[in-house]
Ligand binder design. Structure first.
Ligand SMILES: [Zn+2]
Length: 326
């Protein structure tokens, strides 16, 4: 008997009602848990680590987890930042994000990686101790500012990277500084079935196996059947399986409430019936709310749905969520 935890990222919002989803509402409602720790932002990395029972989450971890998820080599002691490329208008003010350049000028000891779309990553050898002294502006605060206000401080090579990539039409803004860190491995042998980079990074951080699933993406176009089959297959040999769907979060960020609902309905039709009928214990929940009106994450407590294992021995094991009082 295995435990499968199915996370439907950003599933809830103020309009979310479980009774709109027939299979989900046939699971038993267990109460609500709070995946967003006090003092942290509502963000998948922190929330999913909390769901997985990690108590001490380093504050500056995101860029490192992204790097691990993308298979980028980072040593303990290195600094990692996200890089967002932003357009500048004719007055020199920052406007909108643009696709990440495939190449960048880099100071010595820095390596730049384009991750596809608007995402870039910078690894700065041996600069990890700077992480907590850096001031940097996240891309969602950049619009309307002149480049001088976007220039990071607190790490010389990082400021140099900004200067070297500033032109009259665009700039490369480092942010999301993180230091490489070691987390304790997950308590059980575990498999992660996902299509999104940050969740692959979580798998790597916690030493969980994360097979590549053909057709799995981190969006609404993911292959739901392939991921469901992979999760059920993994549950044959792993005592714990994390199954993650990201389309509901991405549709919410696009402020498309109809696309979000349609995606959750597809999960309800194509995924949850197989989980409901499998012999394993299954939990279904979201890591945080994502509001399709604002496109933002919300760190509210999340409803937890469960179905018991069909264990012929009638054996009861302690609940995975007992740590959260559920
Ligand atoms: Zn999100």
């Amino acid at each position: 008997m295995s435990t499968i935890v199915c996370i439907i990222d950003g599933m809830t919002d103020t309009a979310f009602r479980p009774e709109d989803y027939p299979t989900l509402s046939s699971f038993s409602y267990q109460g609500a848990m709070q995946p967003t720790p006090a003092g942290y932002g509502a963000e998948s990395l922190t929330c999913i680590l909390t769901i997985l029972g990690v108590k001490k989450i380093p504050r500056l971890l995101r860029g490192y987890a992204d790097a691990l998820g993308a298979g980028i080599p980072v040593e303990v002691g290195d600094l990692v930042t996200r890089v967002s490329w932003m357009a500048l208008d004719e007055t020199g003010r920052c406007t909108l994000p643009i696709n990440a350049s495939s190449l960048a000028h880099t100071p010595n000891g820095c390596t730049y990686y384009a991750l596809g779309g608007y995402k870039g990553l910078l690894v700065l050898e041996g600069q990890g101790s700077c992480a907590e002294h850096i001031t940097a502006m996240p891309p969602y605060q950049c619009a309307g500012n002149f480049p001088a206000a976007l220039r990071p401080t607190g790490c010389e090579p990082l400021s140099a990277f900004f200067d070297q990539n500033l032109t009259t039409s665009h700039c490369a803004v480092p942010w999301g500084q993180a230091a490489a860190a070691n987390l304790p491995p997950f308590v059980q042998k575990a498999a992660v079935i996902c299509g999104t980079q940050i969740v692959r990074g979580i798998a790597s951080l916690l030493h969980m196996d994360c097979p590549v699933i053909p057709g799995a993406t981190g969006d609404t176009d993911t292959d739901l059947r392939a991921k469901t089959e992979a999760a059920l297959q993994a549950a044959e040999t792993y005592p714990f399986v994390l199954l993650h769907f990201n389309g509901s979060d991405e549709a919410s960020h696009r402020k498309d409430a109809a696309e979000k609902r349609a995606f959750i309905h597809r999960v309800d039709d194509l995924v949850l019936p197989h989980l409901y009928n499998c012999p394993h214990r299954v939990y279904v929940l979201s890591d945080h709310a994502t509001d399709p009106q604002t496109g933002c994450h919300v760190g509210t407590p999340q409803p937890v749905f469960m179905k018991e294992a069909n264990d012929s021995c009638g054996r009861k094991e302690s609940s995975f969520f007992s740590a959260f009082g559920l």
